[in-house]
Design a protein around this ligand. Sequence first.
Ligand SMILES: CC(C)(COP(=O)(O)OP(=O)(O)OC[C@H]1O[C@@H](n2cnc3c(N)ncnc32)[C@H](O)[C@@H]1OP(=O)(O)O)[C@@H](O)C(=O)NCCC(=O)NCCS
Length: 223
Amino acid sequence: MRRHVFATAFDIAVDVFRHALHVHRASILPTAEDRARALELLWKRGDSADPRAIEAIRAANPKDEAPAFLRGPRGSTLSVALGEGDAEASAELLRDTYWNDRFSPDSLVRAAKGSNAWVGAHDEQRRLVGAARAVTDGAKHAWIYDVIVEPSWRASGLGQALMRLLLDHPAVRGAAFVHLGTRDAQLFYRKLGFVESNEIERPYASTTMTLARAPRGRGNEAP
Ligand SMILES: CC(C)(COP(=O)(O)OP(=O)(O)OC[C@H]1O[C@@H](n2cnc3c(N)ncnc32)[C@H](O)[C@@H]1OP(=O)(O)O)[C@@H](O)C(=O)NCCC(=O)NCCS
């Protein structure tokens, strides 16, 4: 009888220990699958700090496979929040673009960091091979700028993947109108649903006005 009571108490203790261990393990040692699910939930939730949280979790777990929504073509990995470490490479990708001829690398970096959405793609060696950014008010309008894919990666679907990610970014997804300007990539954007602005019916006529002036700040030349 005593032996039976002892055995029961022992079994309960083992069970409690196992349970505690399980709970403990689950809370400090989530699996790669748990993390992938957490990344998807953060993206879906889309609070303003969530894109950075996603990148922080990924940086802390570099061996995890990227979740499906962050897998790009040809083994590339998409990023929902580029940061300081990508600034120079991003400016370099944009260096010879026709629309940035008056802006210094320093301005390009500041513009990227000042955007509320800045996405990109890295190759398997963690080199930046594409980027795009947006400035938004979160409800009415979003403006897309500096969409770029490294030349050897073009025509692989990366540009479309970056744009889809940017359009789904928490800072962009709620905007009723998404604007951009392009000299010759209209077809590229039409594939994503964009149309020429004059194709959109409005209840009033208006024109776009611009104040052109010398950019202020370090490293800018006057226009
Ligand atoms: C425009 C750019 C971002 C597209 O990226 P990408 O990775 O080459 O594009 P994708 O492979 O995703 O292209 C998908 C489709 O868009 C079309 N497309 C790509 N670039 C295009 C362009 N410049 N003009 C028109 N259509 C284009 C392709 O024909 C392709 O269509 P398909 O699938 O029917 O063949 C890239 O070519 C680039 O960086 N160009 C230089 C910078 C630039 O012009 N940026 C846009 C400024 S508004």
